[in-house]
Design a protein around this ligand. Structure first.
Ligand code: ATP
Length: 237
């Protein structure tokens, strides 16, 4: 079997000595959308941050392509093709969308001669970003800003995208408008996506596998179809 792109075993992590993750096992496999759900404060964001090297693990093991990853840092993970879309968009409101994307191309180390083509490729995936180009990001709606944040992450052409609640504040239709192109890209390229979502109904429509988290641990793995019934879903909360 092909190794997981990113994996963690018995992961423990927290803040100021207080554990938040309490022995988490997770595998993000090639060519899948893995959806991570769970109540507020369950530790979903913390898990993404540990996987991207932003929060150190107290103990446990991280693996990248099956190889132990002793000292994960965002730079190391980004160089390995992992991209992170943080919760809350993380855009600079005063920069235009074009400026934001150009800066991201520079930050992702895209060689100057390839930047125009790379931007074109991102515009191909998320065509509305072309239309928003001259606008300051702060003048866009929440969903539009989220699209910029995703576009920025795509500039590195990641093979694994870690997304933290991209749907926050979005109506179901906007959620699908935003994430359907990512699902299509994932299916055509074999990319992996780890999607943290509270908007479970919409997220399940574009997921291959679901993990439910509670109080810092993974309590259940399911196929999206198994959670279609509301009662089943409620058992997890
Ligand atoms: P939500 O769905 O509300 O975003 P979550 O499942 O993503 O929640 P986390 O954000 O990982 O949960 O938070 C888990 C716990 O860790 C919470 O109790 C939170 O208060 C705490 N926590 C998160 N970040 C920090 C921090 N920087 N310092 C101290 N405690 C933190």
């Amino acid at each position: 079997m092909t190794a997981a792109v990113l994996a963690a075993r018995a992961l423990v992590a927290g803040y100021g000595g207080r554990p938040v993750l309490d022995g988490v096992d997770i595998e993000v496999r090639p060519n899948e959308v893995l959806c991570l759900i769970g109540h507020n404060g369950a530790g979903k964001t913390t898990l993404l941050k540990v996987l991207f090297g932003l929060v150190p693990a107290t103990s446990g093991e991280l693996r990248l392509d099956g190889e132990p990853l002793a000292r994960p840092t965002p730079a190391r993970l980004a160089a390995a093709g992992i991209a992170y879309v943080p919760e809350g968009r993380g855009i600079f409101p005063g920069l235009t969308v074009d400026e934001t994307l150009r800066m991201a191309a520079w930050a992702a180390g895209v060689p100057p001669q390839e930047r125009a083509a790379r931007l074109e490729w991102v515009h191909g995936v998320l065509p509305r970003l072309r239309e928003f180009g001259p606008r300051r990001a702060g003048t866009l709606s929440g969903g539009e800003q989220q699209m910029v944040s995703i576009g920025r992450a795509l500039l590195s052409r990641p093979r694994c995208l870690l997304m933290d609640e991209p749907s926050i504040g979005l109506a179901p239709k906007l959620f699908q408008d935003m994430l359907r192109p990512i699902r299509a890209l994932q299916q055509s390229t074999g990319m992996s996506v780890l999607l943290v979502e509270q908007n479970v109904r919409e997220a399940l429509k574009i997921s291959d596998r679901v993990l439910a988290m509670k109080s810092g641990a993974i309590i259940r793995e399911a196929a999206p179809g198994e959670l279609a019934d509301n009662a089943k879903l409620m058992e997890l909360y």
